[in-house]
Design a protein around this ligand. Sequence first.
Ligand SMILES: [Fe+2]
Length: 185
Amino acid sequence: MTIVDEIKQFVENECKKPTSKYGYEPFTFHFIPMVTYAEKLANELGGDKEVILLAAWLHDIGSIIYGRENHQITGAKIAEEKLKEFNYAPKKINLIKKCILNHRGSIENKRNSIEEQIIAEADVLSNFDNIGGIFKAAFIYENKTQGEAKKSVKEKLERKWKQLHFEKSKKMVKPKYEAAMLLLK
Ligand SMILES: [Fe+2]
């Protein structure tokens, strides 16, 4: 197994555990689309592809194991420990940690490398493949009515669209964004 397969399996196993803070669903509906976008962006924009794939699989591991709060910090620590078990190159581990630490929307200004930018961008892009998950959050976690949920999902996708940095990314999800705007009008 490659290191990427090993790490993918580690993340999937953590999602399967009854202790997973959000159950198994994030693996199917967030991790898989997120990694797919990260790989597409790596092909288009460059960067160290192995680092990008590892960071993509690991970027939300802190959230699965300990919950959403500060999950960039807990996630970077878990990633470091896990990758050290495979004797992974310290320089690459450092870059993966930076990708995880800086993937959240609120810390945009700190991203210096293409790898960090791709991880944050893929995370934003994955929203356009998971409208069900955004609705679930509105209904289940935020207790919204149908009208409120529809409005908040539309606004979230509008916000995510504006967060996209690369023209290539916009091109990838434009039909989905436009379809969503039409359906949520
Ligand atoms: Fe994420």
